[in-house]
Structures are given as C-alpha cells and as structure tokens.
Design a protein around this ligand. Structure first.
Ligand SMILES: [Zn+2]
Length: 417
C-alpha cells in the first residue's frame, strides 16, 4: 500500500495531539449541523444483484493455508531484498513468472511474454515490469469479459543493512492471488468470465504499474469488467481490530456491498466499508476507478510495522489471512459467474459507511489506553459513534451530511496514527 499525504510523517507526537484536539472541536461543531434530517437521495436504476454461489463456497474450502504461508514467506525472504530493484527484484519476478507458467496461464504482457515493461519512469535508473497472466473463461458469451485480480509485488527494497521485507505489504496479497490462480485454473473450476492475474510493479512509487496498465492495457480496457485488488491482507488494523477486512471502491458499484458483506459473514469476518475519498487512493485499484471501471479493494489495513523492516512473516496473523483469502475466493467466483458484470456510478453516500463507523469505534474504544487516547479524544469518538448511530436510525445521510461527518472522521484518523 502506498503512503498518503497525511500519513507521511505524522507519528503519535505533538502533531498527532494537535490533530486530536482540533478533531474534537470539529466533532462538536458539526454535531449540531448534522441533526437536521435531510431528504433521501433519489433512487438510481437498481444494479443487478450479485450473489454468492456454490462454486465460490467450494473454492473457498479449497484455499490452503500452507500454500499461502509458503508463497508469502518466499516473497518476503531476505534473498528477495525487499522487491524493489536489482537481483532481489529479478528473483521475485522469476518466482512469479514460473508460477504463472506452471499453472498453464496464458502470457498477457508484451509480445508473447508475461512481462509488461513500464516505460513511465525510465531514465531514473528504474525498470518496472507488470507481470500479467490470463485464464480464459469457459463461457462463449462471457469469455470476452475480463475480471482483473491484482496485487502489487514490489516493496521498498533496502536501506543499508535493513531489508524492508514487505511480508504483509504486499507478499500477503500476492500469495492470495497465486492461490486463487491455482484454484480457478484447476480442471472443472474454469470461470465463465476470463480472469487476468496482474502482479503490478511500482505501486510504492506512486501506483506507476497500475497507472501504466490502464494507460496502455494489454487487453482492451472495454473488455475489463472490474479490478479486484488485494493489498495487505495479513495483519490487523493498528494490531487491534480482529477478524476484519476493509473494502473500498464499492461506492461506485453498490451491488458489491451486499456481496462482500455476505462473503464476510460466511468467513466470520466483519467487513468495514470505507469509501476511497476517506483515505485517499492508496493502492492499484484507483487507476481503474479513475477511468470509470468498477473496482473493489480488499485490505486488512495499516499496523505498526507498516513500511518498516519489521513487516516480516513472523508477524502475520495466518488464520485471518486464510479467512480473507477464502472471502476473496467467494467474491471472485461470484464476479466471474454472475450473468451481469457490476455497474459503475458516481460515488454517493451509502449508509453502510455509518455501520462501519459505529463498528470501528466499538472495536477501538476498549483499547483507548493502548492507543494513547486522552479523555477528550475518547469523548470525540463516542460523539462520532452516536452521530453515526442516529443517522442510521433516522436516515437522511445525504452529501452535505456526509461531508461534515467525514471531516470529523479524517481528524479522528490522524489522531489514531
Ligand atoms: Zn506499501
């Protein structure tokens, strides 16, 4: 996952404290403004529902934790040197290409190869390469439609003796992608739509790999139905929020909400729905959204080892990674099997954000002390939760209400970092 503008250097020092104070101020200021109940937004044309199906359940059952563990550990091994450049990066690429080849996937990069060179950053001593492999669908009519399953394989390399191994960021997402590639390409499991497995490079350099792919797609963009992007699936938010997965991108394709929630329920995972504008566009799904393509981003969110040499396999929560991989299998299966591909609309307020707010505050408040929250911050969080609960009950979650609420949420987020 890429850093965003407010996580750049903001620790829990004095700056964090200042933010917490002003956040509380904003919380109190806006709590009055939000109590006026506005009208329901106009209904849009209802998108076709996406449902879980039996194939997805069987695929989820077949996800093997030991394979996830082996692939994650291989990609995050010291020999891969943090997957940024040089020999370590060459080893990571060879590892991925060999896996694509062994699964019999069709090269979908430049020429007859799996690799798509990224010329965007040439001249900076950097040679990027997306690795792309296609699994052709079984359905004559739907085969032309492609669901992209993406995960970036690059990380931060090394600084002196320190290797940034990127076990969670994003060996975890790549390991899940490889396991799903294995399962979906098995005899009898072939999907209706085609799947493009995309290991994007240079995500940490500003989403360069995915930006370039969308700019110069090796498969015509109009054939791409959705990007399902996996980035950081093996830890817990702040090391605290158990059994959760975060979803973004759904705000442009509302039918994804029920689908992902249902998949989460099957795997005993709480899905937190956060619209992309709340955090900023921080992973490879964003360039797809920017070009009007549906996209869904799944992540277990940030933790104290994020972008540090301490992001190592030993700190992965394996059972939760396994559950998130099974969830991804169910969601991917529903997407490739459905009669209709997801719709795309402009982002609009959705009450599921209020549920997320309520549930996240409930998950974090018991840890107020560990989080270093003072009484004021704790009170601010409670006020935020009460506001969300009231809006859920009374309705009226419109654009203006959302805007004022999200100001508070952003302040709260900086206080928690
Ligand atoms: Zn990252």
């Amino acid at each position: 996952m890429m850093r965003n503008f407010w996580s750049e250097s903001r620790g829990r020092g004095s700056l964090g404290l200042v933010c917490a104070r002003s956040w509380l101020l904003v919380a109190l200021t806006f709590s009055g403004a939000m109590s006026s109940v506005a009208q329901e937004p106009a209904l849009e044309a209802a998108p076709v529902a996406l449902a879980l199906e039996a194939r997805g359940a069987a695929l989820a059952q077949a996800v093997e934790l030991e394979r996830l563990r082996a692939d994650l550990s291989a990609l995050a091994a010291p020999e891969m040197e943090g997957r940024r450049s040089g020999e370590g990066m060459a080893r990571a690429r060879a590892f991925l290409v060999e896996r694509f080849r062994a699964l019999g996937l069709k090269p979908a990069g430049a020429g007859e190869s799996y690799a798509q060179p990224i010329p965007m950053a040439s001249g900076e001593g950097f040679e990027g390469e997306n690795l792309l492999a296609l699994l052709e669908g079984r359905d004559d009519a739907l085969r032309a439609e492609v669901i992209v399953l993406s995960a970036h394989y690059d990380h931060l390399g090394r600084q002196g003796e320190a290797i940034f191994r990127g076990a969670d960021d994003n060996a975890s997402g790549v390991a899940v992608m490889l396991e799903l590639a294995r399962l979906f390409s098995r005899e009898g499991a072939r999907p209706r739509r085609s799947i493009l497995f995309a290991a994007f490079d240079a995500e940490e350099r500003g989403l360069l790999g995915s930006k370039y792919f969308v700019h110069a797609p090796t498969i015509p963009l109009e054939k791409i139905a959705l990007d399902l992007n996996l980035d950081m699936l093996g830890r817990r938010m702040l090391d605290l929020v158990e059994g959760a997965v975060f979803a973004q991108g759904w705000e442009h394709s509302v039918e994804l909400v029920e689908l992902v929630r249902a998949a989460g329920a099957q795997e005993k995972l709480r899905v937190h729905f956060v619209a992309t504008d709340v955090t900023g566009a921080r992973s490879d799904f964003a360039p797809f959204l920017w070009s009007g393509k549906p996209a869904l981003f799944l992540s277990s969110s940030e933790h104290p080892d994020y972008h540090r040499p301490s992001d190592v396999p030993e700190r992965i929560q394996w059972e939760e990674l396994h559950a998130r991989a099974r969830l991804a299998a169910r969601v991917l299966s529903a997407l490739v099997e459905a009669d209709a591909a997801p719709s795309f609309r402009d982002a609009a307020p959705h009450p599921v954000e209020l549920e997320t707010l309520r549930d996240l505050v409930d998950a974090l408040l018991p840890h107020a002390e560990k989080l270093g929250l003072g009484r004021a911050e704790e009170f601010g969080l409670r006020a935020l939760r009460a506001r969300a609960a009231l809006l859920l009950e009374k309705g009226g979650y419109d654009a203006a209400t959302r805007e004022s609420l999200m100001k508070v949420v952003r302040r709260a987020m900086s206080a928690l970092r």
